[in-house]
Design a protein around this ligand. Sequence first.
Ligand SMILES: [Zn+2]
Length: 318
Amino acid sequence: MYYIGIDLGGTFIKAGLVDENGKIILKDSIPTGKERPYQEIVRDMAMLVKKIIKDAQIDEKDVKSIGIGSPGTPDDKEGILVYANNLPDFVNVPLRTEIQKYIDLPVILDNDANCAALAESIAGAAKDVKNSVTITLGTGVGSGVVIDGKLYSGFNYSAPEMGHMVIRIDGEQCTCGRKGCWEAYASASGLIEQTKRAAMENKDSLINLLVDGDLSKIDAKTAFDAAKQGDETGRKVVEQYIKYLAEGLTNVINIFAPEVVAIGGGVSKEGEYLLKPLRELVYKDVYFKGEPQTQIRVAQMGNDAGIIGAAMLGKINA
Ligand SMILES: [Zn+2]
């Protein structure tokens, strides 16, 4: 039996045919064209699925379900995408019935961060355990919780939003309206902002050289690159960033005590350079001091996490 997973993003619609172990058999993608009416975008999603099924030389009845991961708040009970940031026309869209106009298969919805967590749980960094948390460090801080192999998303599908836990009262302004959210500090965007400020205050820092004096070229890697080359400002930025990351992560581990926390997103490519000091800070502060401790690992599914996790919604909801 196969599963289809669709990763509905603001830039691309990615979809894939996935086996029950979370392995992609075939995948494809098309531009989202996000300014278009939702009917057109949903039609393209359905046509992409049909093309994948045809290209894989299988039949629709070999597919158990279509899972859709999207940003924002999908309501799987009603089959409605309530709201999706980055997709202006997707407000209370009946995604399930719209897709089923073209393809007669069960359609399951969840948000992209939950899909990433499910992908890590079934086929990635947490596949050997039943309880895990996946944190994705991107524009924001995405989070997903798997408990006993199932996703936890709250009674109204809005959880978890760990990125919006406050770690500094009256701190940095967050996009959600509150101040001092973990996301405002620990996201890739937060790190870029911290790197820019440090570069402005320390004109002789290697950071300025690495971007030819153009601060708009600073990305989430710049401070790490400078630090690795011995730059003091870069080292301080990285050290402080890891402190912010650890502050929230310690809270997460205190609350859920997962067997594994998987850290994904671009910043996680720093690997042990990031995780080693992060573990030191977390294990020093975490409430439970015994053994075994939560393992902090790099997420493994990369750009395919959305497709695989969305497809696997069909497996865990069986
Ligand atoms: Zn917030």
